[in-house]
Design a protein around this ligand. Structure first.
Ligand code: BGC
Length: 831
């Protein structure tokens, strides 16, 4: 298998010869209580120190777009990089490696040893709520990007965690769903990225998923966690549970789960020590788990006597995080349409500098830079598209902003027009703390309540203040979170009751959508008092304890017509209109799946109206996953920017004005309509989700059904044109492809290679077998070398339970994307 981002990359964090001896010596000095304690989180994010063996506490943090650290609050900001779909769109493992290095710097800054990333589940269906957080529909692209990311982290002394093992490809009923996946499909698709990254980049941890696979919950899945992972693949790292995924002491330890998180109350710790002492759990299984944790500690330099695998003086040199964030974003943007070469814009053009640019869309000013859920980090500084363009356009170029539409069909966090604070009360009515609240949303961990308030003493929390409407008419108010609430607006009680639906996700209080509670007629400019009282504010689930609820609001509807008219007028008056359309935190997030690919709110109507008013309308799509774009043929350009991280607006200006090329290619097929997508079933039936499509996901399925997506896997235009001139296939199955830049700008091309099985031979599917990127100046020819892995010619044979190479005459296609072969060759694999 190819090595990540250059050969021998994983050697930069090789184990020292004395690790084995040090680990064994440490184990010998631990009694069952200490061993069991080490396997159980001591709090939300760390494992305990064991001073008796010179072991320091090990700290973990989410991932993957930044390092959040041990808190969950804007007070502890993190460099925020583009989301995983964006990184994969670069098709550049070396860039993923650079991103890993930058994240390691952040981890060192925050005292974090283990990053809970990358997410390497696949894009089985575009409806998955966490689609933005996984790389691709293709296992090979996923593996190559993931391996680069792991390498960058670990060579910088921070451990990576492959997650979520395995088949955690949707959110609905995620804690309990039993995914039924055929053996061949599991091997060829869902296990494949785990297998390749373990072989090439040797990650130090892997996270066991919430879901079941074929009848066994993953944290207890002996066949996969021991049989496949340890015995077949030789994984020697730590298997950590997803947060709250471990359910049973004995079944988990014997099923190959090393560490149960989060603490302090888990199925390990005292429960495991007792099970070992009374003989219901096997002590050797516990020792094996301890061995894995101590080896990880040695690799990180947390075990006395062990030098870290990547010592500080051999780590890569420091990088400028903001610069990497900006460059990565630009390299991930995918140019889907560019009629008449309208992009890049020439800001020196007299007509632009005369009538200027109308920038339209809520997200143009309030950038949506990342997806929701545990992938959330808090950026210290965000460059919105408006900020980015304002800074980049020559002084004097008119630039206007109009919101155009409200993104949300539901309610938003109570931010615009609200001045709020939260008052924490004890049982006797005593005020424990009083703190301002910028967006009406409370997300506090028990240990870090405002003013150091004591969680156990907390009786109620009141969120109160004023709201000054911008619009006349009925305003809707709602609540977010679980528990007993009383909501009062302008003296009227809109809700007084309990909200605790039986089918709620266990993390509903953190990730759930707001619920509308009533409307109040209001007059613009007249402030009213609002109050939301939470009578049972303490939330706990397993070891998770905190306070999470919020006030939500939706503007009176009349406002929208006016906003759209205003945007259309701005577009008409400008030389060029740029509309930024986006999804919201209630559309793309952990905790739920989507039911539609429509852009939320009246954004489709907004784009259509603006495009009708100005033929020079460019649309920027700020979404982590596919959305329907019914107007795509009616606008001059479509640029996909994903969730671009904190420097997204600066990168957008770089790309729109031609300082950088939009370097991305789609890592996932973009359907025109949801109904065209091959896999739309993400809701379990009777607790079971059947992967009935087998290996037919993504481009493999589109090709099998001979269906046309809006944009194919691998598609993306860039700012120049290319010709694939010539192909040589060497005996060692390396392809040398000569490509020429036939356009007028320097650029980067991603050369893709697809392999198809001989006619009539059952499997393997036509699949991506390799890729390489090249850069060239106008007129220049360059060569790309791509090695074809043995796996491209193999299937998983369920009879022999092994990989088998299928002999025959294969077609090797060089392509610009999955549906546009440019050159081909034949390769005969003898029987
Ligand atoms: C997510 C994981 C995450 C963990 C800790 C879980 O809900 O599935 O990806 O690492 O929480 O935040």
């Amino acid at each position: 298998m190819a090595s990540p981002a250059g050969s021998g990359a994983a050697d930069t964090y090789a184990d020292a010869p004395d690790y084995h001896r040090l680990v064994e010596a440490a184990i010998a000095r631990l009694d069952p209580d200490a061993k069991a304690r080490l396997l159980s989180g001591q709090d939300l994010w760390s494992l305990p120190a064991l001073p008796e063996i010179g072991l320091a506490s090990l700290v973990m943090s989410d991932g993957p777009v930044g390092v959040r650290g041990s808190g969950w609050s804007p007070d502890d900001p993190s460099l925020t990089l583009p989301s995983p779909t964006a990184l994969a769109a670069s098709w550049d493992p070396a860039l993923a490696r650079t991103v890993g290095r930058v994240l390691a710097q952040e981890a060192h800054r925050k005292g974090v040893h283990v990053l809970l990333a990358p997410t390497i589940n696949l894009h089985r269906s575009p409806l998955s709520g966490r689609h933005f957080e996984a790389y691709s529909e293709d296992p090979l692209l996923t593996a190559r990007i993931g391996a680069g990311y792991v390498t960058g982290l670990q060579e910088s002394g921070v451990a990576a965690t492959l997650k979520h093992f395995v088949a955690n490809d949707a959110e609905t009923e995620r804690f309990t769903v039993d995914n039924h996946v055929g053996e061949q499909t599991l091997r060829e698709l869902y296990l494949a990225p785990f297998e390749e990254i373990i072989a090439t980049a040797r990650p130090w941890l892997l996270m066991s998923a919430y879901n079941s696979v074929n009848g066994s919950t993953m944290t207890e899945h002996r066949a996969l966690q021991i049989g496949v992972l340890r015995e077949e693949w030789g994984f020697d790292g730590v298997v950590v549970s997803d947060w709250l995924a471990a359910r049973d002491t004995v079944r988990a330890i014997e099923g190959g789960l090393d560490v149960a998180m989060p603490g302090p109350h888990t199925v390990y710790g005292p429960a495991l020590a007792a099970a070992v002492r009374n003989g219901t759990a096997d002590e050797t299984a516990m020792d094996e788990a301890v061995r894995h944790v101590l080896l990880l500690a040695a690799r990180l330099g947390l075990l006395k006597g062990a030098g870290p695998a990547a010592p500080a003086d051999r780590r890569p040199s420091p990088l400028d995080g903001a610069a990497v964030a900006r460059d990565t974003a630009a390299r991930s943007f995918v140019l889907l349409r560019n009629e008449g070469g309208i992009l890049p814009l020439d800001p020196a053009d007299d007509t632009i500098s005369g009538d200027g640019i109308a920038l339209i869309g809520h997200a143009a000013r309030h950038a949506r830079i990342l997806g929701g859920g545990s992938a959330t980090v808090f950026p210290g500084h965000v460059v919105s598209p408006l900020d980015g363009l304002r800074a980049a356009l020559p002084a004097g170029t008119p630039l206007t902003w109009a919101q155009g539409a409200d993104l949300s069909e539901g309610l938003n966090s109570a931010a615009d027009g609200f001045t709020l604070r939260a008052v924490l009360h004890g049982a006797d009515g005593k005020v424990l703390a009083d703190t301002p609240l910028p967006d009406g949303r409370i997300r506090w961990m028990a240990e870090t309540l405002p003013g150091g308030a004591d969680f156990d003493a907390l009786d109620s929390v009141e969120l109160l203040g004023t709201f000054t409407p911008r619009t006349d008419g009925p305003h809707t108010f709602g609540t977010r979170g679980l528990g007993a609430f009383r909501l009062t607006v302008d003296g009227a009680t809109l809700f007084d009751g309990l909200h605790r639906p039986a089918d709620a996700d266990p993390l509903e209080a953190v990730t759930g959508r707001p619920v509308p509670r009533g409307t109040v007629d209001m007059r613009a400019g007249h402030p009213v008092e609002v109050s939301l009282l939470a009578r049972e504010p303490r939330m706990s689930y397993g070891s998770l304890r905190g306070v999470t609820f919020g006030l939500a609001h939706r503007e009176a509807p009349g406002e929208e017509d006016r906003l759209i008219e205003e945007a259309v007028a701005a577009a008409r008056a400008a030389h060029t209109a740029i509309v930024v359309v986006a999804t919201t935190e209630t559309v793309e997030s952990e905790g739920f799946d989507r039911s539609s690919l429509r852009l939320p709110g009246r954004q489709d109507e907004l784009v259509a109206r603006v495009a009708a008013a100005n033929p020079r309308t460019l649309v920027v799509v700020n979404a982590g996953a596919p959305v329907e774009m019914p107007w795509r043929e009616d606008v001059a350009a479509v640029l996909l920017t994903w969730f671009p991280g904190e420097q997204g607006g600066a990168a957008l200006a770089d790309v729109l004005l031609g300082r950088a090329e939009p370097g991305g290619r789609l890592p996932t097929t973009w359907p025109a309509r949801l109904n065209d997508a091959p896999v739309r079933q993400v809701t379990p039936q009777g607790g079971v989700l059947r992967y009935d499509e087998d290996t037919s996901i993504g481009y493999r399925a589109w090709q099998r059904h001979r269906a046309e997506p809006a944009y194919a896997f691998g598609y993306g235009q860039g700012y120049t044109t290319w010709e694939h001139e010539h192909l040589v296939l060497a005996d060692d199955r390396t392809l040398r492809v000569r490509v020429r830049n036939t356009g007028s700008r320097p650029g980067r091309e991603v050369v893709q290679v697809y392999v198809s099985a001989p006619e009539g031979l059952k499997g393997p599917d036509r699949r991506l077998a390799g890729f390489a990127s090249v850069t060239a100046d106008p007129g220049e020819s360059v060569e790309a070398d791509i090695a074809l892995p043995e796996r491209a010619f193999q299937i998983w044979d369920t009879a022999t339970r092994n990989w088998t190479t299928r002999p025959g005459r294969y077609v090797i296609q060089v392509a610009r994307h999955a549906m546009s072969p440019t050159l081909d060759a034949e390769l005969h694999i003898p029987g």
